[in-house]
Write a protein that binds this ligand. Structure first.
Ligand SMILES: [Zn+2]
Length: 416
C-alpha cells in the first residue's frame, strides 16, 4: 500500500538527518584527524551522546579508527579517533568539455592514482565520453592495486544541469546533451556505486573541505573553465536550489543584447569570461594575433598566460577586458550573497593566476557596494590537485553513508 505523501516525507527526512549527521561527523574527522568526540560535538553542534553513537557506527563501518588518548585538563583522558585511510577507496571523475580526469583516493582523500584523456571536439557523444570514463576508472583501480570490493563508490561530475536522483544529465549546453541517462550508460561498464553531480557543486565542496572556503559559512566558488558558474556555500551548507540547478551564474545576463550564447540567450557572463569567450576577446582585439590558436582553448589560454608574464600588450589588454567583465559579474554575487570569500577555481583561473586575480579585485571594487565588499576576500583556489575530482569523490563518500536499502535501490533502478 502506498503511504500518504506527508508520511513518506517525514520518514525520509528523519533518515536523511541521520545520514547527514553521520556525514557531518565523518567530514570533520577527515578534515581534523585525529580528533576527540568532545571536539566533534563542539564543531558539529551535535550532542556528545549523538556524536558518540555516530562515531560508534563509523568505527563499525571501518571508516575510522581509535588512535589513542589525549590529556584533558584535570579530566579523564579523551579517546582520539582518526580516519582509517586504507579502509576504503573513492573515485572522483571530472568530465570537462576538453578532458576527462579520474583520481582514486583513500578515505583521507589522499590521491593514490590518476588517469586522464583529452576529449577532442566532435568526440563528445555520450557513448564516447562513457568509454573514456570507464577506461580511466579501470586504469586508476589497476594502478592503485586496490581490490574492487574496497571501492566505495565513484562520484562523477559533468558540466551542465544534472538530476542526482535519476543520474540523468538534463542539459549540457556545450555538448548539446539533453536528458542523457549518463549513470545508466556508465553502469554498463562500471560495477561500483555511481553518483552524479556537476563541477559547481564539486568545486564548492572541495573548497569547503580542503580549500579557501574552509571554516567559512558563506562562500562563492567561481568556476572558470570552458563553462562558467558559481558553487554556493550558504549558511554552512551547499546550496543546490529546488531542482539542483542553483549557481548557473554563467548564464545570467551581463550585456543586454550581447554575444549569442549556446543556451539560447544573449550577453551571458560565460560568453565574455569562459575560455571560448576569452578567445573571442582576443579575436576582437587582434584577429591575427599569434596568441590565438583557433579551435584550441587550452593552447590559447596558455599562450595568453605566457604573454601576460612577458608583458605582451595584447595579452595584457585581453586579461583586462576579461577581468572587467568577470569583476562586474562577481560584484553582483558579492552584492547579492554577501559572502566571506570568493574563490576563483578551475583551469582558466589556475592558468591565468595572480595577474587575473589582481585585475579582478580592482574590477569588483569598482562595482560592488562598500559594505559587502569590505566583508569579502577574493582568492585563487589553493587546492593543488583537480578540485573537481576531489569534490566528486566526496559525493561518493556521502553516498556510501546512505542507508544500505536506499543505496541498493538506487543501483538497481531500471535504466531509462
Ligand atoms: Zn547563456
Amino acid at each position: 500500500m502506498r503511504q500518504p505523501l506527508a508520511l513518506r516525507r517525514v520518514k525520509r527526512t528523519s533518515r536523511d538527518i541521520r545520514t547527514a549527521n553521520r556525514y557531518g561527523v565523518l567530514r570533520q574527522i577527515v578534515a581534523e584527524s585525529p580528533t576527540s568526540r568532545q571536539e566533534l560535538a563542539a564543531a558539529t553542534g551535535l550532542s556528545l551522546a549523538t556524536v558518540a553513537t555516530l562515531v560508534g557506527e563509523l568505527l563499525d563501518l571501518g571508516m575510522i579508527t581509535e588512535v589513542g588518548f589525549e590529556d584533558s585538563a584535570g579530566g579523564r583522558p579523551r579517546g582520539l579517533v582518526a580516519v582509517n585511510a586504507p579502509g576504503g577507496a573513492l573515485i572522483g571523475v571530472d568530465v570537462a568539455e576538453t578532458y576527462v580526469r579520474v583520481e582514486l583516493f583513500d578515505l583521507a582523500l589522499n590521491v593514490l592514482a590518476r588517469a586522464g584523456e583529452e576529449l577532442r571536439p566532435h568526440r563528445s557523444r555520450p557513448e564516447q565520453v562513457t568509454g573514456h570514463v570507464a577506461a580511466a576508472v579501470g586504469s586508476v583501480v589497476a594502478q592503485a592495486g586496490v581490490e574492487g570490493a574496497r571501492v566505495l563508490g565513484v562520484g562523477v561530475s559533468v558540466p551542465g544541469q544534472v538530476d542526482r536522483a535519476t543520474g540523468i544529465c538534463a542539459y549540457a549546453p556545450n555538448w548539446d546533451w539533453h536528458d542523457v541517462p549518463l549513470l545508466g550508460l556508465l553502469a554498463e561498464h562500471i560495477a561500483y556505486p555511481l553518483y552524479l553531480d556537476n563541477p559547481l557543486r564539486a568545486c564548492a565542496v572541495a573548497e569547503q573541505w580542503f580549500g579557501a572556503a574552509r571554516g567559512h559559512g558563506d562562500a562563492v566558488v567561481v568556476n572558470l573553465g570552458t563553462g562558467v558558474g558559481a558553487g554556493l556555500v550558504l549558511g554552512g551548507g551547499l546550496h543546490r536550489g529546488v531542482s539542483n540547478s542553483a549557481g548557473e551564474w554563467g548564464h545570467t545576463t551581463l550585456v543586454l543584447d550581447g554575444r549569442p550564447c549556446h543556451c539560447g540567450d544573449h550577453g551571458c557572463v560565460e560568453t565574455y569570461v569562459g575560455a571560448p569567450g576569452i578567445m573571442l576577446n582576443l579575436r576582437e582585439l587582434a584577429p591575427h594575433s599569434p596568441l590565438l590558436h583557433p579551435g584550441d582553448q587550452t593552447a590559447t589560454v596558455d599562450a595568453l598566460a605566457r604573454g601576460v608574464a612577458a608583458h605582451d600588450p595584447v595579452a595584457l589588454e585581453v586579461l583586462r577586458t576579461t577581468a572587467r567583465h568577470l569583476g562586474a559579474g562577481i560584484a553582483d554575487l558579492v552584492n547579492l550573497l554577501n559572502p566571506e570569500v570568493v574563490v576563483l577555481s578551475s583551469w582558466v583561473a589556475a592558468t591565468l593566476g595572480e595577474p587575473l586575480l589582481h585585475e579582478v579585485r580592482e574590477a569588483v571594487a569598482r562595482h560592488a557596494l562598500r559594505r559587502p565588499l569590505a566583508a569579502t576576500e577574493i582568492v585563487l583556489s589553493p587546492i593543488p590537485t583537480d578540485p573537481v575530482c576531489l569534490g566528486a569523490a566526496t559525493f561518493a563518500l556521502e553516498g556510501a553513508l546512505q542507508p544500505a536499502g536506499r543505496r541498493s535501490a538506487e543501483r538497481a533502478r531500471p535504466r531509462p
